[in-house]
Design a protein around this ligand. Structure first.
Ligand code: S3P
Length: 453
């Protein structure tokens, strides 16, 4: 990981970005592999695991709960011993910057009658937790948290659980997963009504481990997800696909930079994660998808993108969960498209590692793109001529750092990104991958290239 990496200048990639890249392991699947592996009936080999600060926080958390994890780089051996294998930790669990760990772990611990306190960094301590604690309390878990049980640090003490039907006010895979994990050990059926389809990695892993998890409803609309009690989770081994959300930075970079042609290989193609592809197609982006295989519970393949002239498009609430982490990239692509693109129903973006709506509005204005911000979205007036350059404040948000880098490679004069340390959260090798495709990065003081207009 890049401990020494502070800020950097990303100059224009004038010859385009070309070649192929294998993105690192999927962050969502890596978290789940370790969490669900920790309660598996016997050891699980996890291959393709993402080594990042977020996912290593999950490894540290299950170890603190008494589960042995042998670490062989991107291959882990998680010594699951059923739910009974989880023991009371003797200290607070620090989730670092990981919202997924913060939300899923209380669901996994829900059947265990011991005390667990979870906290994390300054950004985590602003992330809403009432949405998880409320349904878990309805299932029988004792919960508490700062600010009226709404913010971390949070305290959970599990016990006997009853199944519930929970209507989620926002489509959140993290909230849904916490409830489903608890539901595996509850009495009776547990169902979660979601206003739109959120990522289904947890449901796939439950089925892969011999459990029953079903969804009624269309992939592009509301639905009900149900789970039934499961005595033992029996997963043989888990292969983690490449992360579509990491790959997406290079796909959008290819669309924006003339002369580019990039293939991302071994990337997860779970339809609840790839909403960006349909949006790019509507914008006229040249993108091809080759489905190859099923990687454990998840489909994988290769996606290729080429420089394209883009048209504006709209994204609304039904589509949002399918590209929730790629919305900053959609907004950047919209800045280059012909016409006004509209994003709505995306207030959730304000509750991510940073307020990503506000941060993207600021970033795009820095590039002289006209935007109008709304409580739940944004209008972006695209300029097919692109932008000169500017400076990006990442607010310690990994996805903003990578959007800044792509904006720089696609600019006329370069974009300076103030802090790159957050890349370790999801994509520690991002800069090396960009350079491998023909991009550049100059560390502060090492380059004479200026950032100007
Ligand atoms: C995640 C779900 C999403 C996503 C996050 C990872 C997951 O959050 O933004 O990066 O692994 O379940 P929400 O479910 O809260 O929208």
């Amino acid at each position: 990981m890049n401990d020494a990496l502070m800020g950097g200048l990303f100059p224009p990639a004038r010859a385009g970005l070309r070649g192929s890249v294998r993105p690192p392991g999927d962050k969502s699947v890596s978290h789940r592999a370790v969490l669900m592996g920790s309660v598996n009936d016997g050891p699980v080999i996890v291959t393709g695991f993402l080594r990042s600060t977020d996912t290593m926080a999950t490894v540290a958390a299950v170890r603190a709960l008494g589960v042995q994890v042998d670490d062989h780089g991107d291959r882990l051996l998680v010594h699951g011993a059923g739910w009974e294998g989880l023991q009371e930790p003797d200290d607070v669990i620090d989730v670092g910057n990981s919202g997924t760990l913060l939300r899923l772990l209380p669901g996994l611990l829900a059947p265990r009658d011991f005390l667990c306190v979870l906290t994390g960094d300054a950004s985590i301590r602003r992330r809403p937790m009432g949405r998880v604690l409320e349904p878990l309390a309805a299932m029988g878990v004792e919960v508490a948290g700062r600010c009226g049980d709404s913010l971390p640090p949070v305290v959970v003490r599990g016990g006997a659980l009853r199944g519930i039907e929970y209507r989620m006010p926002v489509a959140s895979a993290q909230v849904k997963s916490a409830i489903l994990l608890a539901g595996l050990r509850a009495e009776g059926q547990t169902s979660v009504v979601e206003p739109a389809a959120s990522r289904d990695h947890t449901e796939r892993m439950i089925r892969y481990g011999g459990g029953r998890a079903e969804r009624d409803g269309p992939v592009d609309g509301p639905g009900v997800v149900k789970v039934w009690p499961l005595e033992r989770l029996k997963m043989d081994g888990l292969t983690v696909p490449g992360d579509f959300s990491s790959a997406a930075f290079f796909l959008v970079a290819a669309l924006l930079i003339p002369g580019s042609d990039i293939s991302v290989e071994n990337v997860g193609l779970n339809p609840t994660r790839t909403g960006l592809l349909a949006v790019i197609e509507r914008m006229g982006g040249q993108i091809t998808v080759e489905r190859e295989d099923v990687c454990g519970p998840e489909p994988v393949g290769t996606v290729t993108a080429r420089w394209s002239e883009l048209e504006a498009t709209d994204v609304d609430a039904d589509e949002v969960p399918g590209l929730i982490d790629e919305l900053p990239l959609f907004l950047l692509a919209a800045a280059r498209a012909d016409g006004i693109s509209r994003l709505r129903g995306a207030a959730e973006l304000r509750a991510k590692e940073s307020d990503r709506l506000e941060a993207m509005a600021t970033l795009l204005r820095t590039l002289d793109i006209r935007v109008t911000e709304y409580p739940d979205g944004m209008d972006v007036e695209g300029d097919p001529q692109g932008w000169a350059g500017g400076e990006v404040e990442t607010r310690a948000d990994h996805r903003l750092a990578m959007v800044g880098a792509v904006a720089g490679a696609a600019s006329r004069h370069g974009v300076r990104v103030d802090d790159l340390r957050s890349l370790n959260v999801s994509y520690p090798g991002f800069v090396e991958a960009l350079v491998g495709l023909g991009g550049e990065m100059a560390a502060p003081g090492s380059g004479s290239r200026g950032v100007g207009r």
